[in-house]
Write a new protein. Sequence first.
Length: 337
Amino acid sequence: MLRIVGCTHTGRRELNEDSFLADDELGLAAVADGMGGYSSGEVASAIVVSTLWNDLKEGQTDLEKAVANAHLEVKKGVLDGRGGAGMGSTVVAAKFDGARFDLAWVGDSRAYIWDGHELTQISRDHSYVESLLSRGIINAEDAKTRNDRNLVTQALGAEALVELDIGTCEGDLYQGELLLLCSDGLNDELGGFEIARLLHDNAAEGLEVCCERLVQASYDAGGKDNITVMLVANDMPVPEAARLECRAVETHNLSGHSEYYPLDVPNDGAYITSSESVTEEFSTTQVYAVKPKSQLDYDALEDHVGNGIPGWLIGLIIAILLLGAVGLLVYLGIISF
């Protein structure tokens, strides 16, 4: 038997732009984190979860195609006057067939597996910071403190996207394990060890209590964003030989040890480490939106560039280039003084 519970909290925001879907009978769980501000983000996330439910209850499509359709429906919602221009949403969703599940995600809403001892992140964020982290440009400690960590590179409804990148994996949920889906309001405030400890300490209280304690702990830790958590438990046996596992992105155990697993990318001899290369990476990475947390807005883009090259240095470079251009024009006789 499959059990799905979910809970959400506005946090210290004026509006809850998160939506979630829990359907035990259909075996469908989804969390959508809307973006776009008042009367837009919550519309986008609602469109996402309703599209997934409508598509999958008919059994005429798979989860990945349903997510792709949700992307189109959010864009269509803008044209139809539902919500506002620029609205979008992240999503993480799981569709179960017995103990086996398909997982799909877009953006930085996450999925974890908890086995009673170790918490394993199985979705890899579509975010600018993750693009740096997975290539070895920054380390995990750097990622926690960067003020550009709310830049997402993929979102449903994003007009700027040429092609939607949907993360997917397939796995089995063992008896005694939990699948945790969440908006980033949870993991922005709580680290993997803290989430693991809360799940361990409240296991005997049941899924609903675990869900509520996670949300409350995130709120108590700061709660700057909307917080949504879903937990899925499975009581059906899974033959060991038949088990499928999603690839681990990061693991955390109760002793406090964690390990991060970067992408398998070609290595030409050394990881990029210079600030110039980081800035170049920024200029070639498609950034869809800044998801405001503590009054963070699009000024974070400027703040980010400042992390790579100091503002005074940028100004000096521009001045040198302008002087050089003027000197060349004088030399060629195009202008004179």
